[in-house]
Design a protein around this ligand. Structure first.
Ligand code: SF4
Ligand code: SF4
Length: 206
């Protein structure tokens, strides 16, 4: 097996570990996990509706029709372990096989390894991707309708109870669930990133 990069290798390790643990979990444990992520999925559905409504037309003209896909033109975007766990829980076995197979191959494209012919291969793309809007799109969309900028800021605020560990947050809790099953991978940023650990300590969470 030839791996493109440490990045692909790290992604593969985390997804494989998540799959192994979930396959060992009881139906009750899996159900508990699914209930844990439901509020976040609601948030993501609303965010998705918002971005489709306000940005789809601009993005289609600026990127997709020209084949640039600038948002997905990077290797090594930041992906949290919780992003991976959530995507695993929302994907079919076939969808996950496809992602794992991609990570086992060399990425010879000039874009993100997860970008397929019909778009992102993730059912629930990483939060970093979901919240990213380029400066040109912001200028055009927010300029035409300033209320959209307010709405976007509200979504940024609404993300914090899931990802900003100044309080117990889903992204930290999901890492804990898998750590209790013996998983320790490099994408567990809520337990590895000095910045996030400091923030947790300041709020009595570590
Ligand atoms: S946000 Fe910007 S870079 Fe991303 S798809 Fe839209 S126009 Fe392209
Ligand atoms: S993970 Fe998906 S949305 Fe994010 S950059 Fe890659 S293809 Fe694009």
């Amino acid at each position: 097996m030839e791996l493109e990069s440490d990045y692909n290798s790290a992604q593969l390790l985390s997804f494989s570990a998540i799959r192994q643990v979930c396959e060992r979990m009881s139906g009750e444990e899996l159900e508990r996990l699914r209930r844990m992520i439901e509020p976040y999925l609601d948030y993501r559905r609303q965010l998705d509706q918002f971005t489709r409504r306000h940005f789809a037309a601009f993005c289609r003209d600026a990127c997709f029709q020209t084949g640039l896909s600038a948002c997905c033109g990077f290797e090594s975007i930041i992906i949290f372990f919780a992003d991976q766990a959530i995507n695993y829980l929302c994907s079919t076995a076939v969808e996950m096989d496809r992602i794992l197979a991609l990570l086992e191959r060399t990425n010879r494209t000039n874009h993100c390894v997860f970008l397929g012919p019909e778009g992102c291969l993730w059912r629930v793309p990483p939060i970093t991707c979901a919240m990213y809007v380029c400066a040109a799109a912001k200028e055009k969309v927010f300029g035409a309708n300033p209320e959209t900028a307010v709405g976007f800021d509200e979504f940024r605020e609404a993300e914090k109870p899931f990802t900003r560990p100044t309080q117990p947050v889903l992204f930290d809790q999901l890492e804990k669930v898998f750590m209790a099953h013996g998983v320790a991978t490099s994408s567990m940023w809520f337990h590895r990133s000095p910045g996030l650990i400091r923030l947790k300590r300041r709020h009595g969470l570590a």
